[in-house]
Design a protein around this ligand. Structure first.
Ligand SMILES: [Zn+2]
Length: 174
């Protein structure tokens, strides 16, 4: 078990399109379990493999039904695809790879996801409400999309300026 370093925006790996998983071996199981540990330690509600520098189609989500069993049911999903979506909801999102920003994003309220488990068996799941938001957010990561891409151009530009200023300052202090 190990905790990964979580890559932060604007790291270019976060913009890569992740490759489908084709080999369901111990390495994949180890990656999923290390990602679960990293997510829970952060703490976060979901984590996608590109966020830890591995651009493959694997996500883990905290599938607990409430705060009390937080982290007891981490669900890994391999090659997840949204095959159905319905309705809309606005939810305040943040991201372990996007520091110092939370913002409202509009997403589908219901989704059906086809994926595989760590052994390659097909799974078909439905998500609603907050969990549907987490799934859409994490699946976006596999396409190189961050939640800031869903914001207005003005908000996004303000955030990008803020980050580049911060990085320049850090550079100077070195
Ligand atoms: Zn994220």
């Amino acid at each position: 078990m190990a905790i990964f370093e979580i890559l932060k925006y604007p790291n270019p790996v976060l913009r890569q399109i992740s490759e489908p998983v084709t080999v369901f071996d111990q390495d994949l199981a180890d990656l999923a379990s290390d990602m679960a540990e990293t997510m829970l330690a952060a703490p976060g509600a979901g984590l996608a493999a590109p966020q830890v520098g591995k651009p493959v189609r694997l996500i883990v989500i905290d599938n607990s039904s409430d705060e009390e069993d937080h982290g007891t049911r981490v669900l890994p999903l391999v090659n997840p695809e949204i095959v159905e979506s319905d309705g809309s909801q606005i939810f305040e999102e943040g991201c372990l790879s996007v520091d110092e920003l939370k913002a409202n994003v509009s997403r589908a309220n219901f989704i059906r996801v086809e994926a595989q488990d760590l052994e390659g068996r097909p799974i078909d799941l439905e998500f609603e409400g907050r969990r549907a938001v987490i799934l859409q957010h994490e699946i976006d990561h596999l396409k190189g999309i961050l939640f800031i891409d869903h914001l207005s151009l003005l908000k996004r530009t303000m955030y990008e300026k803020h980050v580049s200023k911060k990085l320049k300052k850090q550079e100077k202090e070195k």
